[in-house]
Design a protein around this ligand. Structure first.
Ligand code: ADP
Ligand code: MN
Ligand code: MN
Ligand code: MN
Length: 353
């Protein structure tokens, strides 16, 4: 086939809303050669995404990674972009550039991250979670977590399609499961370096929303989609450094937990919107006002997984981030606190809010 074949490149970026939304538009490329550097920069109307004023509205899209597009198929691609100002500087909404600086400072510690992304599927026409009755509620939580059967799990066809799409796009998904609340699900991604896991999480979210369109299903990342005795949705962040993964690493992990405890409020300030509705001390969470860590404790802020405690090395699980976390911000906070001199939320003071 000639190299001049037409490639549809879906340019994807994060907008200026809070929490940030995903946007994308399609660029037709003639003969893409398969290299990131050959992907052109592009621009968009920032006044329509809360990223610019109407009279000076152009923002720039700089490709940062690309993947095969599992929806359009070969040779089409998905292109994740960061947003730059006219000057070429990162836009205020571009939290990735801050994580990038932080990760570069601490490369010697070989930090890796994995995220458990919980989400809730809603029927677009009824605005109810999938499979829920129009009036009232399903039977109480209990039989749904990792369940099977049409009376226990709702939306599996989409979830399975999303899993396949992520793998076809070469994303590092490492598992999925049905959650405690009916119509709530989780996928896990990583573990990889900070930037890689964060970029991949945004691409996986984009695929989930995009595939939901075909079925009139909306994936919500709200941390407490239904009030009352129903589990909220989190985005647990699993983290380790080289020394944590080596023999005796458990001491390094406990030291990290102590450091994280001292900056609890600072971390919470960047762990997602409406997280106070979720971190109540019930439903497998620790209250937002407390910090606790412990082995196998799903009511703690930070859990040390059982295998890590048994082996004496491994990783820690920060259970505090909400499902709507910005991984660029959360990973920055963890890196600065554990690997650096402590996290100061002012590093994000220019972010739109
Ligand atoms: P849970 O028991 O909390 O439900 P999961 O199996 O859902 O745990 O998720 C485990 C997560 O831990 C995954 O996102 C995976 O990428 C991540 N992970 C595994 N090993 C490491 C490690 N050494 N460092 C950081 N993250 C890790
Ligand atoms: Mn999990
Ligand atoms: Mn979960
Ligand atoms: Mn978890």
């Amino acid at each position: 086939m000639s190299s001049a074949r037409k490639v549809l490149a879906e340019y994807i970026w994060l907008d200026g809303y809070q929490p940030q939304g995903l946007r994308s538009k399609t660029k037709l490329l003639e003969g893409f050669k398969g290299r990131l550097e050959s992907l052109p920069e592009w621009s968009f109307d920032g006044s329509s995404t809360k990223q610019a004023d109407g009279h000076d509205s152009d923002c720039f899209l700089k490709p940062i990674c690309f993947r095969n597009d599992p929806i359009r198929g070969t040779p089409h691609i998905l292109v994740l972009c960061e947003v730059l100002n006219e000057s070429g500087e990162p836009h205020d909404s571009n939290t990735r550039s801050i994580l990038s600086g932080s990760a570069e400072k601490h490369t010697d510690q070989e930090a890796i991250f994995g995220v458990e992304q919980e989400y809730t599927l809603f029927d677009r026409h009824t605005n109810r979670p999938l499979g829920w009755p129009m009036d009232g509620f399903p039977a109480p939580q209990g039989p749904y977590y990792c369940g099977v059967g049409a009376d226990k799990v709702f939306g599996r066809a989409l979830v399975e399609e999303h899993l396949r799409a992520c793998l076809a796009a070469d994303l590092d998904l490492c598992g999925i499961n049905a959650e405690v609340m009916p119509a709530q699900w989780e996928f896990q991604i990583g573990p990889k370096g900070a930037i890689e896991t964060a970029d991949q999480l945004w691409l996986a979210r984009w695929l989930l929303y995009r595939l939901g369109e075909n079925r009139s299903i909306v994936a919500s990342l709200h941390p407490k989609p239904i009030e009352g005795d129903w589990n909220g949705a989190g985005g647990h962040v699993n983290f380790s450094t080289k020394t944590m993964r080596e023999s005796g690493g458990i001491d390094v992990i406990k030291e990290a937990c102590e450091k994280l405890g001292k900056l609890h409020a600072e971390h919470i300030s960047v762990y997602g919107e409406n997280n106070d509705k979720r971190l109540t001390g019930k439903h497998e969470t620790c209250s937002i006002k407390q910090f606790r860590y412990g082995v196998s404790d799903r009511g703690a802020s930070i859990r040390i997984p059982i295998f890590t405690a048994r082996d004496g090395f491994g990783y820690l699980e920060d259970r505090r981030p909400a499902a709507n976390l910005d991984p660029y911000m959360v990973f920055t906070a963890i890196l600065e606190t554990v690997c650096g001199n402590g996290f100061d939320p002012n590093i994000f003071k220019d972010r739109p809010h």
